[in-house]
Unconditional design. Sequence first.
Length: 220
Amino acid sequence: MENTKGWILVVGVLLIMGIGAFAVVQTVRTVVDTSLQPVEDTAGVIGTQVAEVLDPQPTILPDPVTVIHDVRALARLETVQYSVEKVITAETGQEFAPFLFGDSILFVAHGIVIAGVDMTKLGPRDMWVEDGALYVRLPEPEIFIATLDNDKSYVYDRDRGVLTKGDVELETEARRAAEQAIEESVLEDGILRQAQTNAEAYFSLLFRDLGYSTVIFVER
């Protein structure tokens, strides 16, 4: 009987000690977690700052000074607009060991071309009435704007040789070539002819509203 009581006492003491130890461990873990939280927060902030240094966002600082070189009065009738996409390849250093000294760029250009007629070139001798018909000699159609859409144009790929940092002017040259190529492509597609047709349609309605039932356009 005494042995049984002794074992019960021992088991009870061990159980109490186990519960106490568990409580102490939980308390220490809570204290450690609480004390390490500021360190983890600081590490997160430092990590964010390091990431910003390694991958900085560009800062745009426009010059507050604006210089106006010319102001002109315009009377342009825009009659057609083309939206064009063109892929341009610009290369340099391809003559000898391009894998060492070469630099190439693949540029996807989105351009806008606007054409029409300049009404300041329309003079009194370009409009006359004969036999009840109005004769009109419109100015020659021309391209007013041929430019890149910078929001849609982008560098698709660039390949530099292992021994070169690349030509800093290569993208500029690609953009300049893209503008020229876009203008040439719309000229081949007949943008000026379409601008002339649209201008004649517009002025036919305008002159008929003014009372001229017959309007004849004469080529220059």
